[in-house]
Design a protein around this ligand. Structure first.
Ligand code: GDP
Length: 531
């Protein structure tokens, strides 16, 4: 007998790993997968550029630069859990999809480089987690290298990100003097011993009880004294572990380790799995939808276009939020009012994709999009009609004027930009006064400009030029009936409309946003828009 529906859902953990580039997200993910037996060799996740990462060769840009524009979901089993790690594209390919992926996660693991602390991209991603009130777990990585003071790092997380922290373990030294970590709950010290096995770095672990006299010899007098002081300080001053606050995303359990040497990774994974929850009810316009008692439902959070160039294929990524998905049954697409069988449902893994015939709440699957899905759409069991809350439109930070070089193909050009915008790769705006004769595109990460140019040329046969605009901030005007021409201090910014004619303003800096608000009483501006 297989597991019951409830057992299947309860053993699921679905989370995203967020970090600033180079903090160690890929390395940590890979170590998780090694534990789960999902991959056999380290390097399998990272080797995207030269491995047979076949699914993503849909775009030359990926090949040229060895990056992945496609995101994936890594599913593996560990210790009775079924774990879904949502890969959030980072690096140069940072895009709105990175944010959207967080809409499908139940919790987030934040990887921080111990020598750098909280960095820019972490802050941006963190804001999305906070908006969703999901639990956030911190892994302070690279303790085998020189690191900043641990208390200072915690202070920075608390002050910059505005979340309380609760260290679950505590490092003894760092860099060349990194001796291991002290587990505050079991009061045991795991010793770190860097070993080199066939050139690959690894760590052997030996455990000491903190009261064991041998520990002092093992770490040396100075570090031992420091540890005793720090334990006292921690027990007196730091926040206590409180599961309820963790669940609400107000307290982040913190772990120290070294992903590269696999030190502290297993402890982290095991604690994390116990401290996170299985899929929770999700809000819809008909109230909360329970993952176990309600039949199948899910929502689309990402659309990946043209996996196969010849067919203008689109794959919709769906997070299942309740019940069991059965590929042989019809589902109801709420936004179009259509019943359909989802074809080619598949799991999008790191190195391959697998056609599936069932999946459960908590899982993320890719389904073939016959051109009817939009980001945020709900799919459910026929007979049900609720809609999940929409996925917000995140503020682009880079803008270009889009100049079409061949006036003969104007229709094709507009169609191309509109379709690419619908897929969510870019946002499309028009000049407030000139309308569609001046098209402006906004993106979260600049790579999307290259993607746009490449796709317009290759898929729609349109030559274009992108002229950068000197703006980095966008604000929606809360009252859509506002006449932007009547605002004061308008010369500092650019007035645009989105494709639904909502007025927006583009600014060069935060200072001009403040000035605009000061000079226009009653004007309200919004940073992102709930769809
Ligand atoms: P990502 O950009 O966040 O995915 O970071 P990667 O996982 O690709 O790591 C960036 C670099 O840091 C790589 O060269 C890793 O080998 C290295 N790295 C990751 N974790 C550690 C660690 O714990 N210790 C050391 N010394 N290097 C690490």
């Amino acid at each position: 007998m297989g597991a019951s529906l409830e057992e299947e859902i309860k053993k699921r953990r679905t989370f995203a790993i967020i970090s600033h580039p180079d903090a160690g997200k890929t390395t940590l993910t890979e170590k998780f997968l090694l534990y789960g037996g999902a991959i056999n060799t380290a390097g399998s996740v990272k080797g995207k550029a030269n491995s047979k990462y076949a699914v993503s060769d849909w775009m030359e840009i990926e090949k040229e630069r060895g990056i992945s524009v496609t995101s994936s979901v890594l599913q593996f089993n560990y210790d009775g859990y079924c774990i879904n790690i949502l890969d959030t594209p980072g690096h140069q390919d940072f895009s709105e999809d990175t944010y959207r992926t967080l809409m499908a996660a139940d919790s987030a693991v934040m990887v921080i480089d111990a020598s750098k602390g909280v960095e820019a991209q972490t802050i941006k991603l963190f804001k999305v987690c906070v908006m969703r009130h999901i639990p956030i777990f911190t892994f302070i990585n690279k303790m085998d290298l020189e690191a900043r003071d641990s208390f200072e790092l915690l202070d920075e997380i608390e002050n910059v990100l505005g979340i309380r922290t609760c260290p679950i373990n505590w490092p003894i030294g760092a860099g060349k003097r990194f001796k291991g970590v002290y587990d505050r709950d079991t009061k045991k010290v795991s010793m770190f011993q860097a070993v080199s096995v066939g050139g690959a770095k690894s760590a052997a672990e030996t455990d000491y009880d903190v009261t064991d006299p041998a520990l002092k010899d093992a770490v040396g007098d100075e570090l031992y004294a420091q540890l005793m002081d720090e334990i006292e300080l921690l027990d007196g001053a730091s926040d206590e572990f409180d599961q309820e606050l963790v669940d609400k995303g107000e307290l982040s359990p913190v772990f120290f380790g070294s992903a590269l040497t696999t030190f502290g990774v297993q402890t982290f994974l095991e604690h994390f799995l116990k401290m996170t929850q299985s899929p929770l009810p999700r809000m819809s316009d008909a109230g909360l939808i329970d993952p176990i008692t309600e039949p199948f439902s899910g929502f689309v959070f990402k659309i990946q276009a043209n996996m196969n160039k010849a067919h203008h294929d689109r794959i919709a990524f769906m997070r299942i939020s309740s019940g069991k998905f059965d590929a042989t049954k019809e589902v109801y697409h709420v936004q179009s009012g259509r019943k359909l069988r989802l074809s080619q449902p598949q799991q999008i893994m790191a190195q391959d994709r697998k056609v599936i015939d069932e999946a459960y709440a908590g899982d993320v699957i890719g389904v073939f999009d016959p051109g009817i899905f939009s980001i945020g759409d709900t799919l459910c069991t026929p007979g049900k009609k609720f809609q999940y809350e929409g996925i917000p439109t995140f503020a682009p930070e880079h803008f270009c004027r889009l100049v079409h070089l061949d006036s003969m193909k104007r229709k094709q050009f507009i169609k191309g930009v509109t379709q690419i915008a619908q897929e969510g790769a870019i946002q499309m705006f028009q000049d407030y006064t000139l309308g569609m004769s001046e098209i402006i595109v906004g993106v979260v990460g600049v790579l999307q400009f290259d993607v746009l140019k490449y796709r317009l040329e290759n898929e729609y046969g349109c030559d274009i030029r992108l002229e950068p605009l000197p703006y980095n901030y966008i604000r929606w005007v809360k009252d859509p009936s506002t006449d932007l021409n009547k605002l004061s201090r308008i010369s500092d910014c650019k007035k645009v409309k989105d494709m639904k004619d909502n007025p927006l303003l583009l600014f060069a800096n935060e200072w001009s946003i403040r000035l605009m608000l000061e000079h226009n009483e009653g004007l309200e501006l919004e940073e992102f828009r709930k769809n």
